[in-house]
Design a protein around this ligand. Structure first.
Ligand SMILES: [Zn+2]
Length: 430
């Protein structure tokens, strides 16, 4: 069970967090300046090395985990064969267990036009750090490392062991992947040796995220028969078939999905129901030929209590209904990614330690929330079978994937304090 810290210990650790803040900001700025854009996955080895060198300077035993090109081809099929390297630092305590593993992903989503500042500059303005990844989630990586520094520089020794990992390819998801999925598959994170896992994604620094919704990403193709555009009656129009399917999905399935509300609060609350969206469409070759194929991609989000097998069945049933209604309706269904919702209990030492720390630092009880999208927690909870895994980090979720992404420095400090107090309590200090 987590140890109670004395008031003196808590005060010393919080003061120490304030003292390491400038160093954490500088470290974060340096990380933002490495453009780890995914897709396709640029500059991963440079960023892994940047994190690894810092951990090494702080006294960690550092291990780099570069994937072979065969592993890259298998685990990062959309990664244009670019190199993938993860990094883990280990700081052994006087006793093991417990082992507390902090994790962050170093990849960031691409940058569109319209930024008012260099997205890879890390400028500080009005109490905020600007740049792609400031919130999602290089800020989390900086906070997790400097939270442990706050404890150590306050003069305390940690009893348990700390691990810090920086991984690739969170943003590109996958049923398996080259980042957190790889760490779990290779046993770097394993229930026999990992007690607690904290993923430092941004969901507001006074929330503890206990899970995420589920998702199915896939493609549906309808098939027709080409004919000259002047004689459409001689062909079968694949785009018209797709239009019929989308209309049916919109009028029959979508209203029932909107009735399914997540049983725990989602941040943002607008994402509280199940959803289905058709987000790309391709079909036809030229204006005067009846198209023989049309493909849409769909993004189905599942709320707590839904399962991918049933969500998949609902879509397939709709397609089969079209076949019954139109005998020349032919289709193909393919999935690219599917993840069940994840949710962990709140009555565990890990969640209770973070709850107490948020109380101390922020002055009120944390929200227990659910992330609208999937994240790397699924690999730890579903694949490794580690129940004590939460998402907690600096930054607001509304700052993710946006133009002029930024992170509040006050928020960064809050999360460093919270993580430091929770880590000290979970691992024990003297
Ligand atoms: Zn993220």
């Amino acid at each position: 069970m987590p140890e109670d810290l004395s008031i003196e210990q808590e005060t010393a650790i919080q003061r120490s967090a304030e003292a390491v803040l400038d160093e954490a900001i500088a470290f974060l700025q340096g990380m933002i300046r490495i453009p780890t854009i995914n897709p396709p996955g640029d500059a991963y080895p440079a960023c892994a090395q940047y994190i690894g060198e810092r951990l090494q300077n702080l006294g960690y035993a550092v291990e780099y985990l570069p994937l072979t090109s065969a592993e890259v081809a298998e685990l990062a099929p959309y990664g244009e064969s670019l190199p993938r390297t993860n990094v883990i630092g280990r700081l052994p305590g006087a006793q093991t267990p417990p082992v507390l593993h902090f994790n962050g992903h170093m990849d960031v989503v691409p940058v569109g036009p319209g930024w008012s500042t260099d997205p890879f500059g890390g400028a500080v303005r009005n109490g905020r750090i600007f740049g792609r990844g400031a919130s999602d989630m290089k800020g989390g990586l900086a906070a997790q490392i400097y939270a442990i520094e706050a404890i150590r520089r306050a003069g305390f020794h940690l009893h348990g062991t700390v691990e810090q990992s920086g991984v690739v390819d969170e943003e590109s998801t996958g049923n398996r992947n080259a980042g957190m999925g790889f760490l779990v598959e290779r046993g770097y994170i394993h229930p026999d040796k990992t007690n607690y896992v904290v993923i430092t994604e941004p969901l507001n620094s006074d929330n503890i995220c206990l899970g995420h919704r589920g998702a199915i990403w896939g493609e549906i193709t309808t098939f027709g028969r080409q004919s000259h555009g002047s004689t459409p009656e001689r062909g079968v129009n694949a785009i018209e078939h797709m239009a019929d399917f989308i209309a049916e999905a919109t009028h029959t399935l979508l209203p029932s999905l909107r009735q399914r509300v997540n049983s725990v609060p989602v941040v943002p609350s607008s994402a509280s129901t199940a959803s289905l969206a058709f987000n790309t469409i391709q079909g036809g070759t030229n204006i005067n030929s009846v198209p023989e194929r049309c493909t849409v991609s769909f993004d189905r989000r599942l709320v707590m209590g839904e399962q991918i097998t049933e969500a998949r069945r609902e879509i397939l049933d709709l397609l089969e209904r079209r076949v019954t209604a139109q005998p020349d309706f032919r289709y193909e269904y393919a999935e690219r990614y599917a993840a069940n919702p994840t949710w962990v209990r709140a009555d565990t030492p890990l969640v209770q330690a973070f709850t107490a720390a948020i109380h101390t630092v922020v002055g009120h009880a944390p929200g227990y929330v659910c992330s609208p999208g999937t994240d790397d927690q699924r690999f730890v909870v579903q694949n490794a079978g580690i129940e004590q895994c939460i998402v907690y980090g600096p930054g607001e979720i509304i700052q993710t994937h946006v133009i002029d992404e930024s992170l509040s420095i006050a928020d960064l400090l809050t999360s460093i304090k919270v993580m430091a107090l929770a880590a000290a309590s979970l691992l024990g200090i003297d």
